[in-house]
Design a protein around this ligand. Structure first.
Ligand SMILES: C[S@@+](CC[C@H](N)C(=O)[O-])C[C@H]1O[C@@H](n2cnc3c(N)ncnc32)[C@H](O)[C@@H]1O
Length: 191
């Protein structure tokens, strides 16, 4: 999607500073020092990549927006990034101890979300955690435009995500809401 290229400066200055921070900090604290973490839809890297880096994680970012990645690289010049859609991004199999995707999957149509989860699952080591946000009601809807740019959102139900994760060897351990009301899915590669 290219919508974020159109609103990159606006997004960078309006991204809530605390959203997702406690959840990602808890994940990072559960990982061994030097753990490799895939940050899917990393955006500018603020604040979530910073949380991972400050916990000593070795991060790789993937994002489809060139404009946001330019800001990411200014913020984290030593963190490698790929500019690609996560559903087709070439990732090394079994490379990561964990992955996060905060505020990303709901931008993808249903089939693309399934492809994204399949691709992320392949890149995770056995036992690796995958923490992401999504909706919890199956469907698609127009959202409030951001800085005048329209966005459409897509979601499976929680049971739909559980089944999709299971298909790709992941077990959904818990769901809960973050401070912004987003549904967080805490899962692990078990298959
Ligand atoms: C709401 S922003 C969240 C950014 C960051 N995770 C955060 O918490 O600030 C959504 C991000 O997902 C990226 N994105 C959207 N579709 C994507 C896709 N198919 N593959 C990779 N990144 C994508 C956007 O470019 C944007 O950076």
């Amino acid at each position: 999607m290219h919508e974020y290229d159109l609103i990159a400066d606006w997004y960078a200055s309006h991204r809530t500073a605390h959203l997702g921070v406690p959840e990602v900090a808890a994940l990072a604290a559960s990982l061994p020092a030097g753990a490799s973490v895939l940050d899917v839809g990393c955006g500018t890297g603020l604040p979530l990549t910073r949380v991972l880096v400050e916990h000593g994680c070795v991060v790789m970012g993937v994002d489809s927006s060139r404009e946001l990645l330019a800001r990411f690289q200014a913020n984290f010049p030593h963190v490698p990034v790929r500019c690609a859609p996560i559903q087709s991004c070439d990732l090394q199999p079994r490379a990561f101890d964990a992955a996060i995707a905060w505020g990303v999957l709901f931008h993808l149509r249903h089939e693309a979300q399934a492809q994204a989860i399949a691709n992320i699952a392949r890149a995770l080591k056995p036992g690796a955690a995958f923490l992401f946000t999504a909706g919890d009601v199956h469907g698609s809807m127009d959202g409030t435009p951001m800085h005048g740019v329209p966005f459409r959102y897509h979601s499976y139900s929680i049971d739909g995500y559980r089944e999709l994760l299971r298909t790709h060897g992941l077990t959904l351990d818990a769901t809960y809401k973050d401070s912004g009301g987003n549904v967080c899915f805490q899962s692990r590669k078990t298959g």
